[in-house]
Every structure is written in C-alpha cells, then in structure tokens.
Design a protein around this ligand. Structure first.
Ligand SMILES: [Fe+2]
Ligand SMILES: [Zn+2]
Length: 403
C-alpha cells in the first residue's frame, strides 16, 4: 500500500532517550531489547553491535566516519559481559574491546526503522490556489544576517514547498549571495547561477516568451535539482509572465483519492527523459523513473517528476502504454485545475524559491523584455542544511547507523 504523505513515518519524537530497557541474551549471537512498556523490539546481532561501537576508536569524533576495520572483527565475535550503568550499557567483547552504548541509541537501533532522520521529514502543509492570500515568506535581512533566519527559511520551504524572500536587493549579485546562504549553487549544462533576458541563447523553451505549463525541472537528470530560485529583476515594455505554482504532493494525494489505479500507474511505470537542445549534449538519466517516486522501504512519496516537454520513452511495451496515458491525463486534469493553481506576478525584490521535488511551476506568456536570475541547489545539500540548522548536529547525527 503506497502512502502519499511524506510524513507517514514520523516516529523520531517517539524515541525515549532514557528508556528503562531490558537486554536479554537470546543466543550467543545476539541480544533482544524490551522497553518499559514490555514491548519487544528486533534483535540486535553482536556483529552489528560491535561494528557500530560508538567509541572514539571506532567512530571519528569530528567526522562521524567509521574507523573500525569491520572485517578484522572476528566472525565469531560475541559479548562476554553486559552491564547497565545509568543511561549506558557497558559491553565487553570477546575480541577484548570495550564499548559503551547509550540506551536511547540502543532502543532506536532495535525499533522498526524510520525515514525521518535521513529524509529530513517534517509535517507538510498541502495547499491550493488560496495559498496566495497568505503565502509563506521570510525577511531578506534575517536570512542574510542569522543562521536562525536560514533555518526558518528552509523550514518554510520544507513545509509548503516554496517561500518568498522579502526585501532582497533586485540585483544578480545579491540574489546569488542569498541562494548561497543555503549551499553552493548547482552547475548544469546551462551554467550555474543564471541571469538572462528572454532570448534564445539557450535552446530550451524556458528561455523564450511562450507559456509553460506546470512542470518540474531537470527530470533528465538522475538526481533532479532540489531547489530552484527565481528573481524577477525587471520587466519592461510589456506585460504577462505571471508565475504558476502547483503543490505536486497535494495533487498526488487528490489523484490517489480519486483513482488509486491511476496513482499506482504513475508510481510504477517508468518514464525516460532527455535534454538534447545544446550542441553536443544529450543528457538522460541512468535509468527511467516514475512520475511519482516513493521511498522503496517506507513507501512515502518523495519526488514528483513531471515534464511533458522533456519526456522521452515510456518504459512499457507499446501495446500497453494506454494505461499510462489515461493515468497521466487524470494527473494533468488535477494540476491544471484552477483551484489547484496558484498564480502570482513575481516582483523585483521578492525572490521565489521552491522545492523542485514537490512543487510544479509554470509561467504565462509575456510580451516585452524580462530579466530574471536564479539558480539550483542540490536536493541533498538542501536537506542537509535543513536538518543541521533546524534539528542541530546532535539530533541529526545521533542515529546515523540506526535509522
Ligand atoms: Fe522550469
Ligand atoms: Zn569502540
């Protein structure tokens, strides 16, 4: 059963950091853990526990990298003594090593696993066109002058999938520095930070003045860009060009409720994509991906990949593609529904950033001369910065081996 919500597995808060757990030796290869509610958890094999010793000989204090030579640990490694001391469990090993494990850590290792820590999950706010009445925004000064400001900015982006920054100087230099508050800017075959006036110097429809339907960017990369920022610097001698945002996760949720088969089809049928407009370049992902991508283990929705312009082959025998078209038609009806579309005219001084794995964007046709700048941030760098700023290093790094 696929879950549509990215929040389906938020269990991190449930970890009791000081549980009254009981360790029971179940055989000479593993222990079993039971907490104060008498609930039993998965068994913890000795080999795993020894390999994941958290002492400073086994894990580098600063980098959290494994130092222990795992495959030098004897295969028949086992616990010779195991003593509870306050919040810790002291373990002596048959290879002579001593380990101390925090009880909260040990309980977490024996819990059924959660994706929260790795994926940086938080509760999401789904939205429709009415989000325009009170869209998420943060003040430019706060983002530039404090880590707390960046934390809040990233938290808004994580919650809504987009956020404005209010009061940014309308220059490419200021915008680039703003984006670099999150992480380094991702380079692509179009360059890194971009600043352009509508012309056809890059051979992509994004650089023309025609209307663009709701889509996500860079579906042709194995790892599509995580964040995209747009800052309209000027628009002269014309009109139009309003920006469109659609909450792709909310749209997926609607599709799932309306037609589970269509949802599963878009979740299971892989589609290829390409970028071949520049001389000498044809970028294609290393494999095809579905429109709706789920975590294979937790089955929560992770990523929407929707770009009809860049779509290449559908990975089905040609005789079977009709189901995909029928499902995609329903998807398009949802993302094109006026009640799901949030339209806004971008303004100088008010950059817009959005999560390209969740939110689809588009643009109305325009006339005149438009100067826009922006750039991409990698997904992993975005989530890393989100977690480290909002949760702190201790909470983010505590469960590296166990979640
Ligand atoms: Fe785009
Ligand atoms: Zn150790």
């Amino acid at each position: 059963m696929r879950r549509c919500f990215a929040t389906a597995n938020i269990r991190q808060e449930q970890y009791n950091t000081n549980p009254q757990i009981e360790l029971v030796r179940i055989n000479d290869r593993s222990i079993k853990v039971r907490d104060d509610s008498r609930k039993w958890y998965d068994e913890v094999p000795d080999m795993w526990l020894r390999d994941n010793c958290q002492c400073n000989k086994c894990v580098h204090t600063a980098t959290k990298q494994r130092l222990v030579e795992t495959f030098d640990i004897p295969e028949e490694i086992h616990i010779t003594s195991c003593v509870r001391e306050g919040r810790n469990v002291k373990v002596k090993w048959s290879d002579g090593h001593d380990s101390i494990y925090d009880l909260g850590w040990l309980a977490a290792s024996a819990h059924s696993k959660s994706a929260v820590s790795r994926q940086g999950l938080r509760e999401l706010t789904f939205w429709t066109s009415s989000v325009g009445q009170n869209p998420p925004e943060v003040p430019y000064e706060e983002v530039m002058n404090s880590e707390k400001g960046v934390a809040q900015w990233l938290d808004r982006i994580r919650q809504y999938g987009f956020c404005y920054v209010d009061g940014c100087p309308p220059t490419p230099e200021a915008t680039e520095k703003l984006l670099e508050r999150i992480a380094f800017i991702r380079n692509t075959h179009y360059g890194g930070f971009w600043d352009f006036t509508s012309d056809l110097s890059s051979k992509d429809t994004a650089y023309t003045d025609i209307a663009l339907g709701a889509h996500t960017d860079t579906t042709y990369f194995s790892d599509p860009a995580g964040l995209q920022l747009f800052h309209l610097l000027s628009h002269t001698d014309g009109s139009g060009g309003e920006s469109l945002l659609v909450d792709g996760f909310a749209a997926a949720d609607t599709l799932k409720k309306e037609d589970g088969y269509a949802y599963d089809t878009l979740s299971e049928v892989n589609v290829y994509s390409h970028a071949s407009g520049n001389d000498g370049i044809s970028i294609q992902p290393y494999r095809s991906f579905p429109v709706l991508n789920h975590d294979p283990e937790f089955e929560n929705l992770l990523q929407v990949r929707w770009n009809n312009s860049d779509r290449a082959a559908i990975d089905l025998p040609l005789g079977d593609v009709e189901d995909w078209y029928a499902a995609a038609r329903k998807w398009v009806r949802i993302i094109n529904s006026p009640k799901n579309q949030y339209w806004e005219q971008l303004r100088p001084g008010r950059p817009l950033i959005f999560d390209n794995w969740r939110v689809l964007h588009g643009r109305a046709a325009f006339s005149g001369k438009r100067r826009l700048c922006g750039g991409y941030i990698n997904r992993d760098d975005f989530i890393s910065r989100y977690k480290m700023l909002n949760w702190g290093p201790e909470k983010t790094l505590q469960y590296l081996a166990v979640e």
